[in-house]
Design a protein around this ligand. Structure first.
Ligand SMILES: Cc1cc2nc3c(=O)[nH]c(=O)nc-3n(C[C@H](O)[C@H](O)[C@H](O)COP(=O)(O)OP(=O)(O)OC[C@H]3O[C@@H](n4cnc5c(N)ncnc54)[C@H](O)[C@@H]3O)c2cc1C
Length: 376
């Protein structure tokens, strides 16, 4: 690839914009195609957590080291409350932030807008309402999830509630997942994040809302329904032909709980570096992501065995830990035991995206069920 050839990126999500920023910082000409009319369209005003436990270094410091400016509003969250299925509250806390609450979508303070501004400031051209279907030259594909391995469904709303986070572990509310309530600056998100039982999503959402009303006095003003999917898989390769595939399109996610933003950004940065240096992208993402992703699959398999009594035992244990962040860091690290459990866990957890090899954009593979025009 010649240094002055422009590089096309499909998708202005965290993965695509992180790739664009990295390439532009290296002096490359970049065009980002975004199928929607704005950044973060599929999230609107969603509040999400930028997890701070998968690395020893602080998540914001890691972003900075990656060249990504944290110019978005963020709320450091050190302490919150998790309820079991019997309504008992467990307080969890950590010394450093467990996660940073951020807003997604196209608003002024969102993570997506901050990435967009940084990219544009570096000279990246972003074309909205532009769905990339085919490309001839160098490119990064970062078009988001292709199948639903988990869904998170609920509401966005305004609220007089104080900032904070609350969660519920109860399979009758969020099967094999968790329900959560996040509040920041008068805005709230309440969701049931479920890993099965999708057909009953409306029932679980209403149970989630009723439970948070009962347990913490949830107050929703002007509630708007919202939901989305997560796609988790460890790909055999994250190359589509010659092109790097980043973020959830490749399957890069946290299979345990769905905290995918950091893997999206990291993979976008790595995809860009591989274009700049000519390095093997597969080698790079395997070094950076495969260990924690495999551990997350094992953690998911173990978590899905717990059931309500198991969640209660887990919460009792967590409540007495002085520093949850340190504990989660250890549990996300590859270990000998988790390595041994990995084949069993992979057997238990099947990504809905069974087609492992086709990452194509607008592909014309006759055998591929992710073909032309199917991605929303
Ligand atoms: C409800 C919900 C809550 C979540 N909460 C959290 C959380 O708390 N913490 C966390 O870390 N993660 C969370 N996640 C996951 C996180 O949002 C994703 O992992 C992350 O956004 C993935 O980034 P991405 O860039 O890979 O994909 P996306 O953010 O999906 O971006 C892909 C972009 O590509 C565009 N696009 C698609 N096809 C084309 C095309 N052909 N051409 C051009 N553009 C195209 C799309 O419009 C989209 O804007 C949540 C997900 C959901 C659904």
């Amino acid at each position: 690839m010649t240094a002055d050839a422009s590089i096309e990126i499909a998708g202005a999500g965290p993965a695509g914009l992180a790739a664009a920023i990295t390439l532009a910082r290296a002096g490359r000409r970049v065009i980002v195609h975004e199928a929607q009319a704005e950044v973060g369209h599929r999230f609107k005003r969603d509040l999400q957590g930028l997890e701070n436990w998968s690395t020893r270094e602080d998540a914001l410091a890691v972003l900075q080291a990656q060249g990504i400016a944290a110019g978005f509003r963020q709320l450091p969250c050190r302490q919150g409350t998790v309820f079991d299925a019997w309504g008992r509250a467990y307080s969890i806390r950590s010394d450093a932030p467990l996660f940073y609450m951020v807003e997604r979508g196209s608003g002024p303070d969102t993570l997506d807008t901050a990435l967009l501004h940084q990219a544009r400031g570096l000279g990246v051209e972003v074309r909205f309402n532009s769905r990339l279907r085919q490309t001839q030259g160098p490119a990064v594909f970062a078009t988001g999830p292709k199948a639903a391995d988990a869904i998170a469904v609920g509401y966005h709303f305004d609220t007089p509630m104080p900032d904070g986070f609350w969660a519920i572990c109860d399979d009758d509310i969020a099967p094999k997942g968790y329900a959560y309530l996040l509040v920041m600056g008068g805005k709230g998100t309440v969701k049931s994040c479920m890993f099965s039982g999708f057909k009953q999503e409306a029932v679980y959402v209403e149970r989630t809302v009723a439970a948070f009303r009962r347990l913490v006095g949830l107050e929703m003003i002007n509630p708007r329904p919202h939901g989305g999917v997560g796609n988790f898989r460890i790909p055999t390769t994250a190359l589509s032909g010659m092109h790097a595939v980043a973020g959830e399109q490749a399957g890069f996610q946290d299979t345990l709980w769905g905290f995918g933003m950091r893997a999206a950004i990291t993979s976008g940065v790595l995809a860009a570096h591989s274009l700049i240096t000519g390095d093997d992208y597969d080698r790079r993402w395997r070094q950076a992501l495969q260990g924690t992703m495999t551990t997350a699959v094992v953690n998911r398999a173990l978590y899905s065995l717990l059931g309500n009594r198991g969640y209660r035992r887990l919460l009792r244990y967590l409540e007495h830990r002085p520093d949850i962040r340190a504990l989660l860091y250890r549990h996300y690290r590859p270990s000998h035991v988790k390595h041994l459990l990995a084949p069993l866990a992979r057997w238990r957890f099947h990504s809905q995206r069974r087609d492992e090899s086709c990452n194509h954009i607008g592909c014309s593979c006759v055998w591929c069920r992710h073909g032309r025009g199917q991605h929303a």
